[in-house]
Design a protein around this ligand. Structure first.
Ligand code: GRF
Length: 215
């Protein structure tokens, strides 16, 4: 049997994506195992949830005076100590420095609550409503030095309804996130997904457009 890929999940808050990933790994839907859950905030609820599942959950020192390169070095120290071979950002609310991104290039994933390249950055649900977008969703992508701009792998997509609010959009996005993130990490763990020359590669072919999961 293929070895389980050791991966780490970085969080700052509730950690629902981290839980979806951890459960998928425990249930064998991802050929991998979560070797560490790391938060920059000691109060992140996700840390408690992770420990409840029996996972190792650590806080990275990101206190006052920590600049981005220092945070990146501390994270890499923890990740290497736990033997992580893939780093999965799941609601980690810090911008990572270029050195960290280069060090983990091709082994660093993020999920963003919009159909990238639309609505990089924060408050995506509000901005979708303000723009009158007909569709909304979420994107899993490889992380590059430019924020929310790395090669997209898979998107979860749905039609925005007349009754949708920021809250309903957030709930609908999260539901899809919990489907597409385990799928992407599963592809990576199975050796099917990689990043080459700035493009996401699935089954040996560049993804010119992301895989779409319609709700
Ligand atoms: C998700 O909506 C994700 O798109 C964004 O942060 C949120 C994290 O939610 N990057 P959770 O902590 O996984 O519940």
């Amino acid at each position: 049997m293929k070895r389980a890929l050791p991966f780490a999940v970085l969080i700052s808050g509730r950690g629902s994506n981290m839980l979806a990933l951890a459960r998928a790994a425990l249930e064998g839907r991802i050929a991998g195992r979560v070797v560490a859950v790391i938060s920059d905030l000691p109060t992140a609820i996700g840390l408690v949830e992770a420990r409840r599942l029996g996972l190792i959950a650590e806080v990275v020192d990101a206190g006052p005076g920590t600049d981005r390169p220092a945070l990146g070095q501390r994270l890499t120290e923890i990740l290497e100590r736990h033997g992580a071979e893939l780093v999965v950002l799941a609601g980690f609310m810090r911008i990572l420095d270029a050195g960290f991104v280069r060090c983990w290039q091709g082994r660093l994933l993020n999920i963003h609550p919009s159909l990238l390249p639309a609505h990089r950055g924060l408050h995506t649900h509000r901005r979708v409503l303000a723009a009158g977008d007909p569709q909304h969703g979420c994107t899993v992508h490889f992380v590059t030095e430019e924020l929310d701009a790395g090669p997209a792998i898979i998107q979860g997509r749905f039609a925005v309804g007349p009754g949708d609010t920021e809250e309903s959009l957030s709930a609908r996005v999260q539901q899809l996130e919990h489907i597409i993130y385990p799928r992407a990490v599963g592809w990576f763990a199975a050796g099917r997904l990689g990043c080459k020359d700035g493009a996401a590669m699935l089954d040996g072919r560049p993804l010119t457009t992301p895989v779409i999961e319609d709700a």
